[in-house]
Structure formats: C-alpha cells, structure tokens
Design a protein around this ligand. Structure first.
Ligand code: COA
Ligand code: AMP
Length: 631
C-alpha cells in the first residue's frame, strides 16, 4: 500500500496537484506552491474555481440532480425536509441573485447569524456562489460577540432568522441582532431575516429589514462566479490567547482539495452515501463537514436541529442514523458522554437498525477512554478520535480509513498527509517519543489550512509563526509514541474546550474584570465529567467592596452570559483575598486549576508567597462544601 503521508511530504507539489486535479476547476492551477506578499506559502495561486459549483452544479451536470443532497431533521420543531441537488441549486442560486440585487459582489463580506436550519446552508453556499466571503456566527453567542465580528469584517449584509430552538426554549434572535447593530461601529447596510414563524410579537424588529422568502421569490437565479484559489471562502472567528477572537481566513481551492481528500481517505466514505456531522454551522466542523466536505464529495448531509439528549431522548442520534442510513458520523465526545449518562446500558441503541452505520468519528476535545470503550461495546462500530482546529479546517491527526488502520486507545492518530508534525520543547528542540511538549507543524502547511488572520498579518505571525520560526505553533501540548501515534495533552494557552466549544479564558477574565467591584480575577478550565472542561473564576474584590460571595457569583454569571453567551457555561465564581502569583506578578493559573481539580501539585519555585496555598485550599474546600460542588 502507498505511504500517502511520506509521498505528501517528499513530493509535495506532485501530491497536491494530483489531489487538486480531482476537482473541477474553471482554470486548472499551473503554479502549485508559491508565496504571498508576506512570504507565507499559498497553494494553486493561478487556479480558478467556485465552491458552490463544486458542491452543487457539478453533481447535477454529472447526472445526480435528483440525489438527496440535504436532509433537515429537527426533533425540536418536529420537521423533516429533504432537498435534492436540483432543489438546492434553485434555493442557492436565487438567494445569490437576491444578494447580487442588493449590490453584493465578489470580495464583500456577509455575516450569517442563524440556527440549524437549511436556510443557513443555503446562505453559505449563496455567498460562495458569488464570491462573497461569509462569516457564520454561532447562535449561542451574545450580541457582543456579534459586534466584534461585525466591526472586524464590516459586512455588507447580515442574514439572520427570527429564532433558534434550544432544549425546551426558543431563542428570539432579533432582539440580539438589534442590540448588536446598535453597539457596532460599522453600520450594516442590509439585514435579511428568515421568518421561522415560531415566535409572535417580533413585528417591531422587522422595520428596515428584508424578508428572506420575499427576496428569494423576487430574485433570478445566478451562475457561479469564478474566484481565484486564494479568494477567501469564509472567515471564522476563533478564541485565542487575547480577549479578541481571531478571524481565521479560509481559501477556496486549497480548502476544496483538502476536504475532498479527507472525505475520501480519512472519513473513507463513497459518494452517494449519507454523512452526518452533528455540529452547529457556527463551528469549524459545521463548515467543513456539515456543509462543504460532504457536498463536495456528493454525500447526503444532515442538518440536525437538536441535542444528543432531551430532544426528545437519548435515542435521537440512533434514530437519525437509522432513519437516514448514515454510514459515517462525526460528533464531539461530549455528545457521547451525554448519551452514556442518560442511557448507560445502551437501551435506546437496541431499538434501532444501525446496520448501515460503519464509523463514528470524534473530535473537538479530548476523548476519554471510558467513553470510547462504552461506544465500542454498546454500538459495536469503531469510534475514531482525530485532532484538528478551526485553523486547519480539516484533520491534522487521524487515521486514513480508506486504508488499513489500527486504532490506539487515547490517541488522536497519526499525522495526516501534508502535515509534518513534531513535538518541540520550549526552546524549539525536537523531543523524542514519550516526552510531552508543544505540537508544532513544519511549514508550509498543506492546502486548506488558514491563509492568515483577517487583515492582521502581525497577529497571525505572533499567534502562530513567531514562537518557533519555520513552524506553525498549534497551542496544544502532545506526546508521540514509537509508532508515530500522537496523544494530545491539552491546550498550553488560555483556551478551554467546553462541550467541544472553544472559548477563551482571557476573554472571560476581561468581562469579569469589567465588574465594578472586581479588582482582579483568574479564569481557569476545570475538569467536568460531561462537558470535558468548564470555566471557574477566582475573584479578588476591590478594598472598598462589600459584595457577598453569592451576589458576586450571580452577577458574574449573568455578565458572562450577557457578554459572551450561555454557551460559555460560566457557573462558578469564588471569592478569594488574593491570587497566587509568581514573584514577577504572573498569576499561577495552572496551580489554581490543579487545586480545584483536587489533583496533586507541586508548589512552583517562582511563587511569591507560599502561605497563599493554604489560603486558597481552604477557600476551595469551603466553596465546594457550601455549593455542594464537585468536579
Ligand atoms: N443558541 C442559543 N443558545 C445556545 C445555543 C445556540 N445555538 N447552543 C447552546 N446554547 C445555550 C444552551 O441553551 C445552554 O443555555 P442554558 O445555560 O440557559 O441552559 C447553554 O448555551 C449551554 O449549552 P450546551 O453547551 O449545549 O449545554 P447543554 O447543557 O444544553 O447540553 C450537551 C449539553 C452535551 C448535550 C451539549 O453541549 C451538546 O450537544 N454538545 C455536543 C457538542 C458539540 O456539538 N460541539 C460542537 C463542536 S464539534
Ligand atoms: P476548534 O478550533 O474549535 O476546532 O478547537 C481546536 C482545539 O480543540 C484544539 O486546539 C484542541 O485543543 C482541541 N481538540 C480538537 N480535537 C481534539 C482531540 N481529538 N483531542 C484533544 N483535543 C482536541
């Protein structure tokens, strides 16, 4: 069998040229690898293509117009809809026409703030059709997060819907959008609203907005606009080490090549079959594997509006897999933990015919071995952990299931073709097997990985390239074994993963520090049996403050919900007299985290005052006792 990984590194250009040639370009690229103005490597510079064409029109031209492209399964609204590629083209090309009629053109930006409904996918593909760069904002984010994105990418249009549906509640979007529009410095010219007719009394918000359905009905379908391979398909903001999210820029040609490769070799699924990634559109997984990857590969994709549990029960996933004959599924380990908690004996699993189901992929956070073992025992299908980031857009570690593969429990797999992954110590020296260090990737990154940070090369450079020259720094720690399997040990920066959602503790600290009574604070990600990690705030009050612990905690929880969103899951804030610091004044966050997790810790030699350890320990015990809190 061919060693695709070795080939991809030894004969980079040939390897990726071959992969790219499997797409349909309007102009095939001749230059495979070159550099942009900042000397950063780019792929397929002179190629011309269109993502919407590759995901829709191409399949129709090849005779698959009547294949089901999209299934919308919404247990929370009791709806089930299907769209063929022909119908998808109709929806997307007319919406694209509507956007053009509003003056949108190639290179403009559009913010999409919508729930898990087909119109979100239509909007993404409509933008792609005419070269408009989309930025999808996760519906669980508060208006402030929308403001940051609006001001950074200055959209010409904001596409939204009247409501999202969560477990037992409806989330009206329009008041949130209105607030964001008021707070944003950049004034968005057009607001398109898809009326889901789920919530009454929204009329006051419709003034000066365009109705999605009316716009589509009045518009003529338009053809795909060819774009250069490096034309940004989308921006996706992700948390970093500062309070401000980074706008990751994704190209078109490299991304299409990488997704096509991953669908075939990593997820190992044939065209025509059903692929389901149960992720919100607002995350990288939603972009790559609910929308673009499966549609590129002519798979039927599923838009699932629900949760793994309580919508209505822990059998929902198995029902969807069974009803829609899902062959390959992708979710975050949290979802499996949630199901396992509700249905430890797998009774729901037995009720469904899962004979089509071949592979379960897991990513987004560390997957504990107990969950993997439970899955294997109860479902009887391989559960494959793999590792990637918003920045890469597709897997960097995983297993090529198109070939023979062996799962190693607790490992996220081996380097995927194109990724030359190494483990470095803090001085940039490569570590041998079994030594924990920083996970870095030798440049050039392969096709599909980020082009940069939107309009901020310095930030891109500082965040990813500066620390280890010639290498991309992932922000994750890892260990490699003698067989080149990697084991991710977690983030080495201020990013935490809450139920597979990537969030910044610095951003939470900024929000909490804005409370008038707070002198300083530290937010750390502590262990949580369901969500993997949850944030925990340790807060010092100003000298003149008389706030009580319970009042402060309530106010902090509200503040984080209002400024970042409920999805941050900030529920715990503990008052302390002072924070543990080094002699140079750096807060010892890792120490706080280890103490709250109740793990063994070593007192750092750089600590300013050792007496604080007992103080904090006492506070933690008191907090856990009075709040009946354990993690
Ligand atoms: N719009 C509005 N609010 C949202 C939202 C959305 N799209 N998504 C989540 N929220 C809100 C929830 O309603 C909840 O609010 P609450 O505190 O008022 O109850 C809060 O954000 C936390 O939501 P969530 O993280 O979904 O937790 P949960 O306790 O409701 O459900 C799980 C727990 C495990 C079922 C859920 O986290 C899950 O399905 N995880 C799957 C992981 C996943 O898809 N990750 C994406 C990356 S691959
Ligand atoms: P995101 O950019 O939201 O996809 O989050 C990326 C981060 O999630 C990575 O940097 C990791 O910290 C974490 N992550 C993703 N997949 C895994 C995995 N399989 N195991 C451990 N951590 C993971």
């Amino acid at each position: 069998m061919k060693d695709l990984h070795a080939e991809s590194l030894n004969e980079k250009e040939k390897f990726w040229k071959d992969q790219a040639s499997q797409l349909r370009w309007f102009r095939e690229p001749k230059t495979i690898l070159s550099q942009n103005d900042q000397n950063y490597p780019i792929w397929f510079e002179d190629g011309l293509l269109n993502m919407s064409y590759l995901c829709i029109d191409r399949h129709i031209e090849e005779g698959f117009g009547e294949q089901i492209a999209v299934i919308y399964d919404s247990p929370v609204t009791q709806q089930l809809l299907q769209f063929t590629f022909n119908q998808l083209k109709e929806e997307v090309s007319k919406l694209a026409g509507g956007l053009q009629s509003l003056g949108l053109k190639k290179g403009d930006t559009a913010v999409i703030y919508m729930p898990m409904i087909p119109q979100t996918l239509f909007a993404m593909l409509a933008c792609a059709r005419i070269g408009v760069i989309h930025n999808v904002v996760f519906g669980g984010f508060a208006p402030n997060e929308l403001v940051v994105r609006i001001d950074d990418c200055q959209p010409k249009v904001l596409i939204t819907a009247t409501a999202g549906v969560e477990i037992n509640k409806r989330i009206p979007y329009l008041p949130l959008v209105e607030k964001a529009i008021q707070l944003a410095q950049d004034k968005v010219e057009n607001i398109i609203v898809y009326n889901r007719k789920l919530i009454d009394n929204q009329h006051e918000y419709f003034e000066n907005t365009l109705d999605y359905d009316t716009l589509v009905q009045q518009s003529q379908p338009v053809d795909c606009v060819p774009v250069a391979s490096n034309h940004p398909l989308y921006l996706l903001y992700t948390s970093g080490t500062t309070g401000k999210p980074k706008g990751i820029v994704r190209d078109t040609g490299g991304y299409a090549t990488a997704l096509q490769f991953s669908m075939k070799h990593h997820y190992g699924i044939e065209p025509g079959k059903t692929f389901w990634a149960a992720s919100d559109f607002g995350w990288a997984v939603g972009h790559s594997y609910t929308v673009y990857g499966p549609l590129l590969n002519r798979n039927t994709t599923i838009i699932f509006e629900g949760k793994p549990v309580m919508t209505p029960n822990a059998g929902t996933f198995w029902r969807v897999i069974s009803e829609h004959k899902v062959e390959v599924m992708f979710t975050a380990p949290t979802a499996i933990r949630a199901i396992k908690k509700e249905d430890p004996d797998g009774e729901w699993i037995k009720k469904y015919d899962l004979s089509h189901f071949k592979k379960q992929f897991l990513a987004g956070e560390r997957c504990d071995v107990a969950t993997l073992d439970w899955f294997k025992e109860k479902v009887g299908v391989p559960a494959i952990d793999h590792w990637w980031q918003t920045e890469s857009g597709s897997p960097m570690l995983g297993l090529l299931t198109s070939q023979d593969y062996t799962i190693k429990r607790a490992s996220a797999g081996k380097a995927i073709p194109g990724y030359d992954i190494k483990i470095f110590d803090e001085n940039g020296y490569e570590l041998d097997a079994h030594h924990e260090g920083y996970l870095v990737i030798k440049l050039p990154l392969p096709p599909g990985a980020l082009l940069g940070v939107w309009k901020d090369f310095d930030r891109f450079n500082k965040s990813y390239l500066e620390q280890f020259p010639g290498y991309y720094f992932s922000g994750d720690g890892a260990i490699k074994d003698e067989d080149d399997y990697f084991f991710i040990t977690g983030r080495v920066d201020d990013v935490i993963n809450v139920a597979g959602h990537r969030l910044s503790t610095s951003e939470m600290e900024e929000v909490i520090a804005g409370h008038p009574d707070v002198a300083e604070c530290a937010v750390v990600g502590i262990e949580d049996t369901l969500k993997g990690q949850i944030p925990f705030a340790t807060v010092v009050l100003k000298n003149n403050s008389e706030k009580k612990q319970c009042d402060l905690e309530k106010e902090i929880v509200m503040r984080v919900r209002e400024k970042i969103g409920a999805v941050a899951c900030m529920k715990n804030a503990m008052l302390v007299q002072r924070l543990p610091k080094t002699r140079s004044g750096k807060i010892l966050r890792k120490l706080i985290r280890t103490m709250i997790d109740g793990k063994e810790f070593q007192i750092p030699s750089t600590i300013d005052d050792e007496k604080i350890i007992d103080e904090i320990q006492e506070k933690i015990q008191e907090y856990k006792r009075t709040n009946n809190f354990s993690n």
